[in-house]
Design a protein around this ligand. Sequence first.
Ligand SMILES: [Mg+2]
Length: 224
Amino acid sequence: MPTSDSKKLIVQCILFDLDGTLYYSPDYNARVEAEITAIVAQTLKADVSKAKLRLDEERKRRGTLTGALRVLGVNRSLFFQTLAEKIEPFTYLTRDPSTILTIEILKRRGFRLGLVTNNGRKMVEKILSAIGLEASLFDVIVTSDDSEPKPSSQPFLFALDKLKCTPDKTVYVGDRVQAELLPAKKLGMRTVLLAREGIPQSDQVDVVIARLPEVLIHIEREHQ
Ligand SMILES: [Mg+2]
């Protein structure tokens, strides 16, 4: 059973998810959801409520938005391009000093840091800027412009390769078990779940946290 006790994960590298992990905003999510549904409706030439039903159904079945978009015939790069053009993260997202400080401290402690997101690069840049995180804090940023999206193993392997990290010396921090912790675990990484509501029972999860700064307690740097 996953615990939030003092279990230490001793590693050299940390990979972070972006959306829902390094920021969380219900208002922003609602705005993104509305735009996603509009794009799907346009692609399917269906009305919004029908498109929403189809999208929810496929998301449940595939486990990720990008997986759902693929089966619904939505072009991924065009999709993320449209989102980035239509949505302004600055309207919804603000700097979260505790998140910024957490990443800065980990960087100072000498971890190699990566960002592995299913979002598109243009949007990622806008989001990082809106939440006040310097892109340069991450040694690698893998987006859906660079790789197949999670749950594919490709973005994880791409990040590990760039960081020159091995899975056994790496922790993955994210907010979704099926879409990202499961594939990370399969590759041999340790996993931290950021769970805002309740603690799920899953053997894919090594540590459960409720707030991002808690990673500072659980993850320790292995000295080479
Ligand atoms: Mg996420």
